[in-house]
Design a protein around this ligand. Structure first.
Ligand code: ADE
Length: 244
């Protein structure tokens, strides 16, 4: 059983539609979270809409970890790395909570339960997601060009999460100087990574870049969410499921 989680309705919508088209979807509501058991590309899956932010994501991940053998998270993120631009895809090799700070008890961002700041994702799932992302970027090249975006690229590396939508260049500059190797910022991935790590459930995280986490993010993000996030998330998940 594979869990698929996204924070926003737009990010999960096309995946849900595909599951409904394929067969019966059994919905279960637990602790306020709607989980849908379904078949996607012939695989047994549980789909979950987590809601935005680390608490909502962690609660959803805990419920999923009781039901699945592996968990994939899809959605959008703001680009932080110099080369990471809207339309690109970032596959996380590790995830970190940029706003976690228990100093002076522990070093900045270190999670006391684990003793590290960076929680690694599962290498096999990450490799599958990179391959899926390469395929999806090639397929969507022309749609992105129609939106005025360049040729999409796939990146692998650090994704950082926090309970803040980063929409000023001051804030993204600060993140870049604190964490120079961070490729992208979002609001859930590292929380899901922490829960999966504790539960021993392999976790893969893939994000499509919707904005540059600066003053244009408030405009770029909703536009991108409507036009690109749903088809990208759908195609990434289906390509990954076919390879698992
Ligand atoms: N998700 C997409 N864009 C984001 C941003 N700029 N900050 C946080 N989460 C995001």
């Amino acid at each position: 059983m594979i869990g698929i989680v996204a924070a926003m309705r737009e990010e999960l919508g096309a995946i849900r539609d595909a599951a409904r088209a394929e067969g019966t979807v059994a919905a279960e509501r637990t602790a306020g979270v709607e989980l849908e058991r379904a078949t996607l590309a012939g695989r047994e899956v549980v789909l979950a809409l987590s809601g935005v932010g680390k608490v909502a994501a962690a609660a959803t991940a805990a419920l999923l970890c009781e039901r699945v053998d592996a968990l994939l998270m899809v959605g959008t993120a703001g680009g932080l790395g110099d080369e990471v631009k809207p339309g690109d895809v970032v596959v996380a090799t590790a995830a970190l909570q940029h706003d976690f700070d228990a100093r002076p008890l522990w070093p900045q961002r270190v999670l006391p339960g684990i003793g590290v700041e960076r929680v690694p994702t599962d290498p096999a799932l990450t490799a599958v997601l990179v391959e899926a992302a390469e395929r999806v970027c090639a397929e969507h090249r022309t749609d992105l060009a129609a939106l005025g975006l360049g040729t999409p690229a796939v990146h692998q590396g650090l994704v950082v999460s926090g309970d803040v939508f980063v929409a000023t260049s001051e804030r993204s500059t600060l993140l870049r100087s604190d964490l120079p190797d961070a490729l992208a910022v979002e609001m859930e991935g590292a929380a899901v990574a922490q829960v999966c790590h504790a539960a021993g459930v392999p976790f893969g995280l893939v994000r499509t870049i919707s904005d540059r986490a600066d003053a244009s993010a408030a405009i770029d993000f909703p536009r991108f969410l409507r036009a690109v996030a749903a088809p990208y998330a759908h195609d990434l998940v289906l390509a990954a499921l076919a390879a698992l």
